[in-house]
Write a protein that binds this ligand. Structure first.
Ligand code: PNS
Length: 166
């Protein structure tokens, strides 16, 4: 597909309704988004890369070929160039995100001046949610069904049931 392409990178462990909202709003600006999952050997994700890819694909199935789900390691700006994009899309939540995002955007700009970072403010509904806090609530039996796509809600329950039984 030709047209404006942006990279939407993250850990997506797991994808949340906040992420989905950024993707859907991003598609009002871009023709196609690559949801790019960072492979980070230093982090121990709850979900495997394969599980995360499946959940994202299912949650974004309606977007068809406007969304590609991929993974990357190494520098994000190099990955963006490999994919033929010069835009990195990120969501911004509470003020606490700002410092980290500012630092990453400046570093990415230093590494490659042709790659632009753009930010969408999250919808107020998702202001205080994150994959981390959702996982914590779900691990303790909390109901997170209104914060994540149904496939993720189901997988969270399954994952914590498995962990409890091992
Ligand atoms: O969902 P996250 O964990 O906030 O996403 C962070 C991510 C993947 C965007 C960031 O860690 C990243 O871009 N890593 C790739 C390594 C890199 O390019 N580092 C240099 C610039 S910060």
């Amino acid at each position: 597909m030709n047209g404006r392409l942006a990279i939407y990178p993250g850990s997506f462990d797991p994808i949340t309704n906040g992420h989905l909202s950024i993707v859907r709003r991003g598609l009002k600006i871009f023709d196609k988004l690559v949801v790019a999952i960072l492979i980070n050997p230093q982090k121990r994700p709850l979900f495997t890369l394969g599980e995360r890819i499946c959940m994202i694909k299912e949650a974004l199935s309606r977007e068809g070929d406007h969304v590609e789900v991929d993974s990357f390691d190494g520098l994000l700006v190099d990955y963006a160039v490999r994919k033929g994009s010069n835009v990195i899309l990120r969501g911004l939540r509470a003020l606490s995100d700002f410092e980290n995002e500012f630092q990453m955007a400046l570093m990415n700009r230093k590494l490659n001046r042709n790659v632009q970072s753009i930010f969408l403010m999250t919808e107020y509904k998702w202001f205080y949610t994150s994959s981390t806090i959702i996982k914590e609530a779900a691990s303790l039996g909390g109901d997170v069904s209104s914060l994540v796509p149904s496939v993720v809600n189901h997988k969270l329950k399954e994952k914590f049931r498995q962990i409890k039984n091992t």
